[in-house]
Write a protein that binds this ligand. Structure first.
Ligand code: UT7
Length: 337
């Protein structure tokens, strides 16, 4: 059976750096609070009127990944695009990427799994490759959060955390038994869907009726992202280790041999907690949330791309990528590079 290897990686982040001090100018927050609670020092923001969309960010990252794979857009057989901040309510970003890149009329599937979006998309790509259906699958995670954050003090519990960016990988079929994706897992618990959500636009609120109503009843909590931070944190620190251990179960691999753990960059405190739980050394965990904040579906591919560029792993090394977030959804991908 074919195995899935990553043949190209790329990432792109907007140039506009927003420091914690910059945020403190527009809302009641401060550098100390943000760094102590999250580890974040700065993030990238396109802003509300940049004209740059999520699919634009994804296109830039994808172009780099395809080039690094030594391929052209014509070699891509299928697109998986993960985002929670799509250009349109519908259609999804996948078709826009297909157009922007000039791919053939290949399939383009959008993944709506927020922070776990990239892990879900990569797992799906792996299943397609192993089944023999596709040879080269493009997997993209991209987010333009800054267009829709509440930048007033009311939104500070959420807005200081999120940033914009994109990452992409080309997943290709390989006959090499000693490298590639070893195991994946995906989970969900919809009972907690509203604990981290943007409700609008959505059919539960009536959407167009609500929009058109005189003096409509929409509240900021419905329009802007809502997060029950403590609650999400507690679930994250349980589900992360659970999913990682599951990835290793029956894999024939052991956690001690992990070269690099690349967690979804939700909060530095979550990554450190998970690191302690698994007994990993500092050099076994990659964090870049300090520079980019939480870029949800883009966070793992951006981190993977940076870690690779920094030489943090080489061919044959064991890597685990794990995410947890809105849904709740969570999951892992364990692979040998
Ligand atoms: O990626 C998707 C998954 N997301 C996560 O995993 C996020 C998980 N949760 C978290 O990372 C943390 O819960 C947060 C970083 C979001 C919040 O940290 P916390 O330690 O849970 O703080 P809190 O929400 O309990 O708020 C503590 C205090 C509150 O004030 P009072 O009520 O104690 O007076 C907040 O109003 O901090 C206040 N606060 C802030 N102060 C300054 C909330 N946000 C801010 C802020 N600046 N930005």
């Amino acid at each position: 059976m074919k195995k899935s290897i990553i043949t190209g990686i790329g990432h792109y982040v907007p140039g506009n750096i927003v420091s914690n001090d910059d945020l403190a100018k527009v809302m009641d927050t401060n550098d100390e609070w943000i760094q102590e609670r999250t580890g974040i020092k700065e993030r990238r923001h396109l802003g509300k009127h940049s004209g740059v969309t999520t699919s634009d960010l994804g296109t830039k990252a994808a172009e780099i990944a395809i080039r690094n794979a030594g391929l052209t857009a014509k070699d891509i057989d299928f697109i998986l695009f993960a985002t929670l901040s799509p250009d349109y309510y519908f259609p999804g970003c996948g078709v826009l990427l297909q157009k922007n890149l000039g791919c053939d009329t290949i399939g383009a599937l959008d993944v709506r799994n927020q922070c776990s979006g990239f892990v879900y998309a990569l797992s799906t790509a792996d299943a397609y490759i192993r089944s023999g259906m596709y040879k080269n699958v493009l997997v993209v995670g991209a987010e333009n959060h800054s267009f829709g954050l509440d930048m007033s003090t009311r939104g500070r519990g959420v807005s200081v955390i999120f940033g914009d960016g994109a990452g992409a990988v080309v997943v290709s079929a390989s006959d090499d038994e000693n490298s590639g994706i070893i195991s994946t897992n995906m989970h969900s618990e919809g009972e907690f869907a509203e604990e981290l959500a943007v409700q609008f636009p959505g059919t539960k609120l009536g959407w167009s009726d609500v929009m058109l109503e005189e003096g409509n009843t929409l509240t900021p909590e419905q329009i802007y992202p809502y997060m029950n931070g403590n609650f999400v944190f507690k679930h994250a620190v349980t589900r992360f280790p659970e999913s990682i251990r599951e990835a290793f179960e029956n894999s024939g691999e052991s956690i001690e041999d992990l070269k690099l753990f690349i967690p979804h960059q939700a909060n530095l405190r979550i990554s450190q907690f998970v690191q302690r739980q698994l007994g990993l050394r500092d050099d076994q965990v990659f964090n870049n949330i300090q520079k980019y904040g939480n870029t949800t579906a883009a966070s793992i591919p951006i981190a993977l791309s940076e870690a690779y560029a920094e030489g943090r792993f080489q061919k044959g090394d064991l890597i685990c990528m794990t995410a947890f977030g809105s849904g709740f959804t969570w999951g892992s991908v364990l692979m040998r590079w």
